[in-house]
Design a protein. Sequence first.
Length: 143
Amino acid sequence: MLMRTDPFREMDRIVQQLSGTSGTWSKPSVMPMDAYRQGDDYVIALDLPGVDPKAIDIDVERNMLTVKAERRPTGKSDGVQMELCERPLGVFSRQVMLADTLDTDRIEADYDAGVLTLRIPIAERAKPRKIGISGSGRKQISG
């Protein structure tokens, strides 16, 4: 039900990790993602540790889901000398093509412990249903 839109993004993510480069608005870094079905929902979990929920932007246009986030450096006061800085900063983005069988009007988003979880219900029209047969031989769909 989900389809990756750019097969080379994982390679870009690995190169960025090895080179220590941060994402920018014109070329964002990829955020790690899990996607699975749970009951009547598709669930997408995206790792965004240390990101302020106000810095997360979620859009759906037609069947394209786009998640963008920005992790900024923590405020540093005078007299602080940074000894080590390994946590990635910058812009992170992920696009996922959603199937027509998902109800994009009812997506729910939750952010907890650095994980953004999106729940996308399966559309009613895509759920299995029984078709009854009336006495006159005509078929009738029952939901």
